[in-house]
Design a protein around this ligand. Structure first.
Ligand SMILES: [Fe+2]
Ligand SMILES: [Fe+2]
Length: 204
């Protein structure tokens, strides 16, 4: 990636200003995990680093501003009820903000930011790396299934993504929270459609 070091430095400065300390630490954990996964699975490590650093950049942008970015952005028209899912806004808005602020970034980096919370069916390699790294980064507070998700992801990225989706949907069901359509589609793609995946998954 052209001028990677300079760009990474600029982004780090921005994150230190715009993110809370805990979110900044989480972001660095996602970066190191994403770079390790990129090395393991043959993706571009610098692109993984930048996508990871930027994945939560919109976390503290006011909700109304996030909605404006989404409504005028790539998937705004597709999901008119997006305001019903407040936890997803930062991912979709973040992708639009990054496409605007860093026009040199490849589409795979922008999509990895956009789908890092929901996933989607047919995720590309970089999308899967950021989706999984966000879930398994070393700073995550221990919870049931985390260690399995880490091991599974480094052994087989698709199986890891499937397990994370399974655990995420179980968590949403337990909490009576609605599951976004993209996540349902991702679940069907990475879990339902492959009996091999289901058989290999440990119980949640
Ligand atoms: Fe996020
Ligand atoms: Fe995150």
């Amino acid at each position: 990636m052209k001028e990677y070091k300079k760009l990474r430095g600029e982004i780090i400065d921005r994150l230190q200003k715009e993110l809370k300390d805990s979110r900044y630490r989480h972001t660095l954990g996602v970066e190191s995990t994403a770079v390790a996964l990129a090395r393991r699975f043959g993706a571009d490590e610098q692109e993984a680093s930048i996508a990871a650093l930027l994945h939560d950049v919109a976390k503290y942008v006011p909700a109304e501003e996030q909605l404006e970015w989404i409504r005028k952005g790539k998937i705004g028209a597709q999901f008119p009820d997006i305001d019903q899912y407040p936890k997803l806004l930062h991912a979709f808005a973040g992708a639009e903000i990054c496409a605007h602020d860093y026009p040199q970034l490849p589409e795979c980096v922008i999509d990895a930011i956009r789908y890092h919370t929901t996933g989607r069916s047919h995720m590309g390699l970089m999308e899967k790396i950021i989706f999984a790294a966000d879930y398994i980064e070393p700073g995550r507070v221990q919870f049931i299934g985390l260690q399995e998700a880490r091991e599974q992801t480094f052994a087989d990225l698709d199986l890891g993504v499937g397990l994370i989706l399974k655990q995420t949907i179980a968590y949403l069901e337990q909490n009576g929270a609605p599951c976004f359509p993209l996540t349902q589609e991702a679940y069907k793609h990475f879990v339902d459609d492959s009996m091999n995946v289901l058989e290999k998954l440990p119980g949640v």
